[in-house]
Ligand binder design. Structure first.
Ligand code: NI
Length: 398
């Protein structure tokens, strides 16, 4: 049995220098040209069969084990965010206004380290490992720069060879270094984007009776939407309905003709999702009409919920126990309403998505994901690589 933790720690300088290099040179979704070039070069240097340009900048590598068996896909995301970095780190972003504020620089470095570890032990693998380096996990709906997982699937990443299982991970700054979160069932929420346009009839602010005021209607809609979670979703279930932007009007004394709002809905269970979406439409249209206005809704699914397969989660938990015999694995207390496009892959094949604690409050490395001061304790990198390598080995064994 390989000792992946010792081996990953011996590769620490390699992993850290990659991570810092990616951190200095962050790239937004579908623009990860430099990052993908380094990924391809590193994977090629191992003699792996690689495909580049999958979903524009994605890279896929296939590692055949010494024995026959299933195919496990390991997914690592590569993209950064449109955030101006404020860490002041020696390896801070040199690409102004773009930052690795979610830890995907670490994920890419972890993936390349996993490739090395598994390549070294390929004779012990019962099956095939398909490593995928994905563009555009983050992004803004309606803008180019998100949807990397779906596009890689459209381009056949789950075929040739056909994928049986899928694993992915996230460095997690909500929890300290040393913590591991591996759970069965839903771990990240399904997410929708919505836009509502409320239309009325504009007019003079001093002559309201001759207008149909979309600002008043929009205000009632925002308030009424709060009743979905409090009155329609069962108390032991969860959902989020957030209106995140509201825009209407230019002048203090003019009733505008329309108001536009955008927001997000998050749910775990398909039944809850259905209820929330039905009530959402009823409330928006009904409230607008009751106030003499009309409403138009645009709804887009960002991603389904990330739901871990029960038997795969058990295998990853056992792998974690092998690598970290002293660590108590958190199997419950971290489920997040954040979204993740790995969910699309895990709708098609059984998978497990797990979390590696990466915060260190004493070193000031405990800002949340997407914060301009976000940074991780790099000691999490070899831990993550060792666990992913062990999990892949165990999943192939079945
Ligand atoms: Ni992320």
């Amino acid at each position: 049995m390989p000792d992946f933790l010792t081996e990953a720690q011996a590769l620490f300088d390699y992993t850290q220098s990659l991570r810092r290099d990616f951190h200095r040179h962050p790239e937004l979704g579908f623009q990860e040209v430099r990052t993908a070039g380094i990924v391809a070069k590193e994977l090629s240097s191992l003699g792996l069969e690689i495909t580049t340009g999958v979903a524009e900048t994605g890279v896929v590598a296939v590692l055949d084990g010494g024995k026959p068996g299933p195919v496990v896909l390991l997914r690592f995301d590569m993209d950064a965010l449109p955030i101006a970095e404020e860490t002041g780190a020696e390896y801070a972003s040199q690409n102004e206004g773009v930052m690795h504020a979610c830890g995907h620089d670490g994920h890419t470095a972890i993936g390349l380290t996993v490739a090395r570890l598994l390549h070294r032990h390929r004779g012990e693998l019962s099956g095939t490992v398909k490593l995928i380096f994905q563009p555009a996990e983050e992004g803004v709906v309606g803008q180019k720069g998100m949807g990397g997982a779906e596009q890689m699937m459209d381009e056949g990443v789950l075929e040739a060879p056909n994928v049986d299982y899928a694993l992915s991970l996230h460095l997690w700054n909500e929890k300290p270094l040393g913590w591991l979160g591996i759970a069965a069932g839903p771990v990240m929420a399904g997410a929708e984007y919505f836009k509502i346009v409320v239309r009325g009839k504009g007019g003079h602010g001093a002559v309201p009776h001759a207008s149909l005021d979309p600002i008043v209607a929009a205000s009632h809609i925002v308030t009424a939407l709060q009743s979905i979670v409090s009155r329609n979703v069962a108390p032991l279930e969860t959902a989020v309905v957030t209106v995140g932007s509201i825009r209407g009007g230019e002048a203090f004394n003019v009733i505008p003709p329309e108001v536009a709002m955008t927001g997000t809905i998050r749910t775990f269970e398909p039944g809850v999702r259905k209820t929330v979406l039905e009530r959402f439409e009823q409330i928006v249209h009904g409230t607008a009409e009751a106030l003499g206005c009309s409403a138009e809704i645009e709804l887009k699914r960002i991603s389904p919920a990330v739901v871990n397969d029960t038997s795969l989660a058990a295998i990853v938990q056992a792998a974690a126990q092998t690598v970290f015999p002293e660590t108590a694995i958190d199997t419950a207390n971290y489920v997040t309403m954040g979204a993740e496009d790995m969910a699309f892959i895990m709708e098609k094949v059984p998978g497990c998505y797990f979390f590696i604690g990466s915060a260190n409050a004493e070193k000031g490395l405990d800002y949340g994901h997407h914060h301009p001061k976000f940074d991780i304790d790099e000691a999490a990198l070899p831990r993550a690589a060792a666990l992913m390598a062990q999990a892949a080995l165990e999943v192939l064994k079945g």
